[in-house]
Design a protein around this ligand. Structure first.
Ligand SMILES: *Cc1c(COP(=O)(O)O)cnc(C)c1O
Length: 382
């Protein structure tokens, strides 16, 4: 081949991993233009990176948001959102139940800044309005809620927060953007732990916030200060997961509905909780605001002993915390996601010792049902 032949102008099909901490500028003039905001580019990966930005743009589209920012974990996203909005002596009005890590962030870290959190039950939206005071700067929501799948009326929550001029955020991890689009209901920002369904393969930890360009500009500054940025390789794996998000969620929805139906036919279970079931007290609300009911099913074996025996007898479904991956995982919330919370918080949230939380994976549903039936037989044996 002649050495001077012209190169073909090609591009990779897949977003490459820009595994670089920093980026060069051809000259100082372009660096100054970048710093003054006249030209776009990258300077340092804590501020932004091409692989990370490509994924952020995709998630913004999925959430129907102007902008999204990726973080090193779901908790980095949640804490950064809080520290963007709050000053000392401010108040949060939060729904309950919420993810255990968030409850601890409120109870342990934010308390140091004298930030007070007032809780209202997720399934009683009327209590939201009554809990807001002049000091309230954030309405914090989670729906469906971890671990017992309480549903928040998003339309009412969005309207109440707007009327009272308080910023609202929802943790929509359990729903994914495929099943629920909270921004369409007037919620100001949405957070996902991408560790779960968005990554989808139990191989990364990450989080994302989506919202208006104005709010996300403020969050970007917080991300620079706190340093909870994602890394390019994690973003690459997330990009790969997002390609199958929609078909995975469809199968999660299908499998979970099938398992919930089976569990409802089992006598001896104290409660089967699935928003897609007619027996869920908020099924109608869930059907109004969700296009699918998700892959999480929770049920109560009635006692700590039975829950442990059931989980330990499963052969296909694995005993692990976390959720949203291709493989089915089960956990007992009092020992995992909600371990170490005060008894009063657990009682108020309905997190009983016999409660198990199943993240239904992508296996054939009959294989999972068979596994559950054999373990139930052992759990209920005297
Ligand atoms: C897992 C989870 C989080 C925390 O996310 P990390 O990625 O583990 O930091 C927050 N909210 C919900 C609902 C979760 O399930």
């Amino acid at each position: 081949m002649p050495r001077k032949s012209k190169k073909i102008n090609q591009s990779p099909v897949v977003t490459p991993i820009f595994q670089s901490s920093t980026f060069t500028f051809p000259d100082t003039a372009s660096l100054i233009d970048f710093q003054k905001g006249k030209r776009k580019g990258f300077i340092y990966t804590r501020y932004g990176n091409p692989t990370i930005e490509a994924v952020e743009n995709q998630i913004a589209r999925l959430d129907g948001a102007q902008d999204s920012l990726l973080f090193s974990s779901g908790m980095a996203a949640i804490s950064s959102a809080c520290l963007t909005l709050l000053e000392s002596d401010d108040e949060i009005v939060s729904s309950y139940p919420i993810y255990g890590g968030t409850a601890k962030l409120f109870d342990q870290l934010l308390k140091k800044f004298n930030i007070k959190v007032v809780f209202f039950p997720a399934d009683d939206i009327n209590r939201l309005s009554r809990s807001i005071t002049r000091k309230t700067k954030l309405v914090y929501l989670e729906s469906p809620a971890n671990p017992n799948l309480k549903i928040i009326d998003l339309d009412s929550a969005g309207r109440i927060a707007k009327r009272r001029k308080v910023f609202s955020i929802i943790d929509s991890t359990f729903a994914t953007p495929v099943n629920q689009k909270p921004l369409d209901f007037g919620i100001d920002a949405v957070i996902h732990s991408v560790t779960k369904y968005l990554g989808g393969h139990s191989d990364i930890v990450g989080g994302v916030i989506s919202g208006s360009a104005r709010f996300m500009g403020r969050v970007r500054e917080t991300r620079k200060h706190l340093g909870g940025c994602a890394d390019p390789h994690q973003a690459f794996l997330l990009d790969r997961g997002l390609k199958t998000l929609e078909i995975r969620v469809e199968k999660h929805n299908f499998n979970a509905a099938s398992i919930a139906k089976f569990l409802e036919s089992v006598s001896g279970l104290k409660g089967v909780i699935y928003p897609g079931s007619f027996s869920h007290p908020q099924h109608d609300l869930a059907a109004r605001q969700m296009s699918g009911f998700g892959g999480m099913v929770s049920f109560d074996l009635g006692s700590k002993r039975k829950a442990i025996r059931f989980v330990d007898s499963l052969k296909v479904i694995k005993n692990a915390s976390s959720l949203g991956g291709t493989e089915s995982l089960i956990s007992i919330p009092i020992w995992t996601s909600h371990f170490g919370l005060r008894q009063e918080t657990l009682t108020r949230s309905g997190i009983t010792p016999g409660l198990v939380r199943l993240s239904v994976g992508l296996e054939a549903d009959n294989v999972l049902i068979k596994d559950i039936s054999q373990a139930l037989r052992i759990a209920f044996r005297r």
